[in-house]
Design a protein around this ligand. Structure first.
Ligand code: IMP
Length: 426
């Protein structure tokens, strides 16, 4: 199984970091293919907590090559800070490969992300304000600057001048901000370029060579299916394609290079930022999920909105990603409830929707149809095999498999690496 894609099946924060961590022992390369430092993986290795935003988790394993692919947008300052922090904690980062084709997040992207959100007022998206959307917008309109431009001061300066002319007009005339100085940006970014030079490579070629020689490559999706630019709850989405298909374009491989597609889902559901969320729990239940599940964003520290497992979204993700299996995380959090609900369908104006509704208005206004099952009210964090779980927990897992239609291979019952139950489906 040389090509494995790992994707979020909800609205992000499903605990992909822990699953990557579990797989990393057996993979040779871990490749990020989209997003930027809007992502956040928290990984606990030997009691040490690492919060990574941009550097792929593979960096924590000496045998593993971490790769930042062409589909990622890179804030070089953040990348270097992460490299320095890791080095400071004794982690060797010299194996890191950074695609020269990846686009750069520039200071005006950060500024534009902030001011456009402010301007949208109550219609704001609730972005992470990391400049992600504006950077991808420039990439699409072909005025973006790429990592490789850092290696050619002349080209960098020419491209920056073109971009900044328009951005400064926008910032000053539309948003009433001060213009940005090209010289300052140039100096800052070219100095990042000097430091990033050893990492810059043709990553698509490196990945293909690895696949061709039978090495195992993990394509690590950031964000998740419901935040996908084309398939998610637009406009409340991120600006890239977290779905498994995004790995092809974003890493530079063909669809036949992916053999196994693992979807990650929390045993319940969370989302940060604005946008529809049919299975959002009532405030009392949501608060329990927030507190027991420590549902605060790794990147922005925002409290996450919490709800019950949404099987309509689960089926949607299973189909869009052609999942081969599902991993359920944070199952232990549901121990806090007398009964547990699963949203099995949506209802709108007397009609039942088993699949994602065809129009956003229906999705915005639909009511969740719940199946409510007995909870287990028991600490399951020490379970390591299916037999260790109460029968109510096992029934809940059977229900999830049935409503999503995919086998569940692992259950995570706590944050530590060993708090995992491996199921026969694996
Ligand atoms: P952006 O990606 O910063 O442009 O934000 C767009 C939407 O995606 C907002 O609703 C964010 O809260 C959400 N988002 C972006 N990254 C993540 C993530 O890693 N986890 C959860 N939500 C995210």
């Amino acid at each position: 199984m040389p090509g494995i894609a790992l994707v979020g099946t909800q609205w992000g924060d499903e605990g992909k970091g822990k699953v990557t961590d579990l797989l990393a022992g057996t993979v040779d390369l871990v490749v990020r293919y989209q997003g930027g430092n809007n992502a956040g993986h928290t990984i606990v290795v030997e009691g040490e907590r690492y919060a990574l935003h941009l550097v792929p988790t593979g960096v924590l394993y000496p045998h593993c090559i971490p790769v930042i692919g062409p589909g990622v947008v890179v804030n070089p300052q953040v990348l270097l800070e992460e490299v320095d922090t890791l080095e400071g904690r004794g982690i060797d980062t010299s194996r890191l490969l950074l695609s020269g084709n990846a686009h750069l997040i520039m200071p005006y992207h950060l500024e534009l992300d902030r001011v456009t959100e402010r301007r949208l007022g109550k219609n704001r998206l609730g972005t992470t304000k990391r400049g992600i959307g504006p950077a991808y917008a420039d990439k699409a309109t072909r005025v973006g600057l790429r990592v490789q431009d850092l290696l050619d001061p002349k080209i960098f300066s020419a491209k920056l001048e073109v971009a900044l002319k328009e951005k400064n007009l926008l910032l000053t005339r539309v948003y009433g901000r001060l213009p940005l100085e090209p010289k300052e940006i140039e100096e800052e970014y070219l100095s990042y370029g000097e430091r990033l030079k050893p990492f810059i490579a043709d990553t698509a070629l490196a990945v293909q060579k690895a696949l061709d020689s039978g090495r195992t490559v993990l394509f690590e999706g950031a964000q998740a299916t419901m935040l996908d630019l084309d398939h998610g709850t637009y406009p409340f989405v991120t600006s890239s394609n977290p779905v498994a298909g995004g790995a092809c374009a974003g890493a530079g491989i063909g669809p036949r290079d992916i053999d196994q597609i693992i979807g990650i889902a929390k045993a319940y559901c969370t989302r940060v930022g604005a946008g529809p969320f049919p299975s959002e729990a009532d405030p009392t239940d949501a608060e329990v999920m927030v507190e027991v599940g420590a549902e605060y964003g790794t990147t922005t520290g925002r409290k996450r909105r919490c709800g019950w497992y949404d099987a309509v979204a689960g089926r949607f993700a299973a189909r869009l990603n052609t999942l081969t299996e599902l991993v359920i995380t944070k199952l232990d959090v549901l121990s806090a409830f007398e009964t547990v609900k699963v949203c099995v369908a949506y209802e709108f104006e007397g009609e039942r929707y088993e699949e994602m509704p065809p129009h956003q208005t229906i999705f915005n206004k639909c009511r969740p149809v719940y199946e409510e099952v007995p909870g287990w009210k028991e600490d399951i964090s020490d379970a390591r095999a299916l037999e260790d779980l109460p029968k109510e927990t096992r029934s809940y897992i059977d229900l999830l498999e049935q409503v999503v239609g995919k086998p569940i291979s692992w259950l995570s019952v706590g944050p530590a690496r060993d708090q995992i139950v491996r199921l026969a489906a694996e």
